[in-house]
Structures are given as C-alpha cells and as structure tokens.
Design a protein around this ligand. Structure first.
Ligand SMILES: O=C(O)CCC(=O)C(=O)O
Length: 307
C-alpha cells in the first residue's frame, strides 16, 4: 500500500519564474525587492489564458550566494511537515514576507531557498511553499550538497557550512501535484523519480548554476528529468551579476513532458511566464506509455548500489 494520497486532477495553470537580480548584502533590501517582483509577477502574464498562478523565486534569494554567507544570513523557521504552523509569528522574516505576499496576491509561491538554521545549529538550504491563503504548506531541504571541483574553472563546497536534507517533498494544489528539489538535486534522477512516481505532474527546482556547468548541463538535465519522468520540469535562477562573488547562469526555464523548452530567459533580471497545460502531459504518457511498460521483474533494487 502506498503512503501517499492520490494526486489532484491535473488542470492548466500559469507559472511565473522570477529571475531575481540585484541581490546584495542588505537582507532587508533583498526581501523588499523580492516582494516587489512577486507583486509584478502576479500582475503580469495577461497574455496567458486565465488560471491559477504559481510564482517561483531562485535559490538563496535573500542573500549573496556562497558557503561563507550561509551562517551569517541563516534564519530559524521551525516548521515540521504535517503540523500546523503560525506563519504570522514565524521567527523567519523571509517566511513572513513570502506568506504575506502569497496572501496579498492570491497566488501559490515557491519561495526559492534561504539558509535555514535548525535548533541543533545545523544549517540547511531550504525551500518553503505558500498557498494563496499564506499558509506554509511544504518545505524541502536541499538533499544533495553542491560540492564540486573542476580545477581552474569551478570549485564550490556547500558542505563547508551546510547539512544535506534527508527527506523528499511535494505539495498539492487544486490543479496539480508539484514536487520540489533545489539546484544540484537535479543531477540525481532518483529524487525526481520518487516525486514523479508519487504522482507529481510538475517538478520545480529553484537553482543557481554557474558559468561552467550552466552551458554544459542546465538545459540538458531539465530535459532529461522531464523526459524520463514524463512531467513538466522547471528551474528558476538568479539573474547574472558579474560584480557578485558567484556568477549565476540565469536562463530560468520550463520544459514540457516531451522535453520541449516552453520558455527560457537570458541572463538578466526578468520574469518568465509559462502556461502549463495537461494536454501534452497526457499525450506524452498515452503515446509513449513507459509508465505501464516498466519491467520491475528485471530491475534489481539499485537504491543502494554505487557506481
Ligand atoms: O550542478 C551544478 O552544476 C550546479 C549546482 C549548483 O550551483 C548548486 O547546487 O547550487
């Protein structure tokens, strides 16, 4: 027996990806700008058919990106999945801002991510999600930390200050089930597959690739995760700022279940508006029915195998 409920019926919705720019060292200014952009995203997009809206912010939207900054900007959230949570009195100023913006605009908000400090002192890279009533409905802590070393090009070690999350998360709206991940998580097909097998129609990951791995893999990985799970896949990046310590790739995008890129930003601050239509999801699954053709009798349990 599965430990999750049946997903809601998939209906069309509009997605707004805020490729946020101008993030600096002043957290209050970063939060104010993010809030202004959420209001803008809520009011734009009139060229799309009407429907519910999901607004997405990028990874680490309230502070500069880098492992030295995480402990400085970390906020306590204190949310436990499945338990009621008093957003208005949240100790996190970012949570309070996101919740009130969701309520004010009547939209769903995937609040990018922020550095989160747990009671035991551990720091996570954490995404929180809000309903149009302003309720905090889901949280995902980045599971796979971005520790890479490409000599002369890109070295980054999130694990210097962060701890990886140890759960997976999705949330239900009245129009879709949406799975969460953050940036480097996209490189791990298992995480996307778990949420897809739990009935997610779309997987949405705040991210912040860089100028080395962005051109190599940002689009390819999203197309791969979309096609191998036959779901919509989308990642929302910060805008590129060559004066900042970390140079983000940008190119926030959304990919349909057949792997087609529905919309893609360049690298400056912008808002990408996309219509997510269940038609292509249904066509992909009916025409190429891999979900009913799986040969579980042939596959061993690979969950603990390492290459
Ligand atoms: O996987 C990559 O190439 C980039 C990942 C990243 O930037 C991150 O996880 O923050």
């Amino acid at each position: 027996m599965s430990s999750f409920s049946a997903p809601p019926t998939f209906k069309p919705f509009n997605l707004a990806l805020i490729q946020l720019g101008g993030v600096g060292s002043d957290k209050a200014a970063n939060l104010q700008h993010a809030r202004d952009m959420i209001l803008k995203a809520a009011h734009e997009g009139g060229h799309l058919e009407p429907g519910p809206k999901v607004i997405v912010l990028p990874e680490i939207f309230n502070s500069p990106y880098g492992h030295v900054h995480f402990p400085v900007y970390a906020e306590t959230i204190g949310y436990t999945s499945g338990k009621s949570y008093d957003v208005e009195n949240s100790p996190s100023e970012s949570v309070r801002m996101l919740s009130s913006a969701a309520k004010e605009t009547g939209t769903w908000i995937i609040g990018g991510s922020i550095a989160e400090r747990e009671a035991d002192g551990k720091i996570y890279n954490t995404c929180t999600v809000y309903s149009p009533k302003g309720e905090l409905v889901a949280m995902h802590r980045k599971v796979h930390l971005f520790d890479i070393d490409i000599p002369g090009k890109m070295t980054f070690k999130e694990s210097e200050t962060l701890t990886g999350g140890s759960t997976t998360a999705f949330f239900d709206t009245e129009f879709a089930r949406i799975g969460l991940g953050i940036c480097y998580d996209v490189r791990f097909p298992e995480l996307a597959m778990i949420n897809a097998r739990k009935g997610c129609h779309a997987l949405i990951y705040p991210g912040a690739f860089n100028l080395t791995t962005g051109p190599l893999h940002w689009k390819l990985l999203q197309q791969a995760r979309a096609v191998d799970n036959q779901v919509f896949f989308s990642m929302c990046s910060p805008a590129r700022d060559m004066t900042a310590g970390y140079h983000a790739w940008g190119h926030s995008m959304a990919v349909d279940p057949l792997g087609a890129v529905l919309a893609e930003a360049e690298h400056s601050e912008t808002i990408v508006h996309v219509r997510v239509d269940p038609k292509v999801f249904q066509e992909a699954r009916a025409g190429i029915p891999v979900s009913t053709q799986r040969r579980f009798d042939v596959y061993p349990d690979i969950s603990k195998l390492r290459a």
